[in-house]
Design a protein around this ligand. Structure first.
Ligand SMILES: *Cc1c(COP(=O)(O)O)cnc(C)c1O
Length: 356
């Protein structure tokens, strides 16, 4: 049976990227050597690194003064590297979820941290609107998409201070005005590739402004100066990401992707709002186009386990909500198709029919 993969991360990837990755495992670029065994110092690999950087620059229309880095350690290591590289006195954080909270926690060891607003009071089901960012903050950190609770900041706004954004779970889902950010980062495994590589898009002129000693591996300048090859880069995840970016380019880039993502999200939210068995958990004006969270409607709670099983039998994979929220979450990242979403909708309709 065809599986419809709604995993929150690592996520579904385009089949063509997987096929190309399999080819490269057998023979990388006709070298007769597997990509898993080549030296990262070969010209073939260096070309792939450069091509991957260029694809990012092209797809997100990244301005001149920025560089794209490929690092290890996940988005979680960036939570630490950000304050180490950018926090001199004070930083501001918007607490829209558990990831945002974890990011702020790391900063507290390096300076004053101001939480400008938090939606923790309502289990992170909305994006706070009324807040002011201290204008003497070294930076303002936001999390554009809250993977766990299904809320999303969909615009690139000015906040008066340099903005650093965790875009782990919605990068490449829409066009982004990179110039509005001092740094954007994303663990690849939500929308850009497999686990094992983190993408950092950083404004070069923003680096080197803090007075502390920065350990070599934690210093963005180390990776900038060495083209992300100061040490062995995560070769295979970068290769799969490269193929994923080529796929995205081939379908029309982030503009085309945004339209498809909006279509998928609109379809699924419409069904959640219509279907008497389910309700959405995020406030409507904060709803994410990537992670769609819903629970059984009031009075229907007893059917939760049954729907889980029903969906599984129909080939749905990964629609279980995060363990801290419960219910259901369908992650409809770039490589998830309109057909996958339609299959889930059909499944919800059938389940409703059985229980009427
Ligand atoms: C998954 C996730 C992270 C953590 O990423 P790792 O690469 O596992 O460290 C951070 N932020 C957001 C928004 C995420 O979705």
């Amino acid at each position: 049976m065809k599986k419809h993969v709604f995993n929150a991360g690592p996520c579904i990837l385009p089949q063509v990227a997987l096929d190309k990755a399999i080819e490269a495992i057998k023979d990388f670029k006709g070298t007769g050597v597997s990509v898993l065994c080549i030296s990262h110092r070969t010209k073939e690999w260096e070309a792939t690194m450069e091509e991957t950087r260029q694809l990012w620059k092209e797809l997100l229309n990244i301005p001149e003064d920025y560089e794209v880095l490929f690092l290890g350690g996940g988005a979680s290591l960036e939570f630490l590297m950000i304050p180490v590289n950018f926090l001199e006195k004070k930083a501001a954080y918007l607490q829209t979820g558990v990831w945002a909270k974890k990011a702020a926690k790391e900063a507290k060891a390096y300076g004053e941290v101001v939480i400008v607003a938090s939606s923790e009071d309502k289990n992170y089901t909305y994006i706070p609107k009324d807040f002011s960012v201290p204008q003497n903050a070294d930076y303002f950190h936001i999390t554009s998409n809250n993977t766990i609770y299904g809320t999303e900041i969909k615009e690139d706004k000015d906040y008066g201070v340099p903005v650093i954004c965790d875009m782990s779970s919605d990068i490449l889902s829409r066009p982004v005005d990179v110039s509005k950010y001092e740094m954007i980062y994303a663990g690849a495994q939500k929308n850009a590739g497999p686990a094992g590589v983190t993408v950092v898009i950083v404004k070069k002129s923003a680096l080197g402004k803090v007075s502390r000693y920065i350990p070599t591996m934690l210093d963005y300048r180390t990776h900038l100066d060495k083209g992300s090859m100061f040490n062995t880069p995560p070769v295979f995840p970068i290769l799969v990401m490269n193929e994923t970016l080529k796929w995205l380019k081939s379908i029309g880039g982030v503009e085309a992707m945004q339209k498809i993502n909006k279509q998928k999200a609109d379809m699924l939210y419409a069904e959640i709002d219509r279907n008497t068995m389910f309700v959405g958990t995020a406030e409507k004006d904060s709803r994410s186009n990537m992670n769609v969270c819903f629970v059984m409607a009031p009075g229907k709670e007893e059917f939760e386990a049954e729907f889980m099983e029903f969906a599984k039998e129909k080939g749905m994979v990964g629609v279980k909500g995060h363990r801290s929220v419960g219910g259901f979450r369908a992650s409809i990242y770039n490589a998830c198709t309109v057909e996958d979403v339609q299959a889930l909708i059909n499944c919800m309709k059938e389940f409703e029919a059985i229980h009427q």
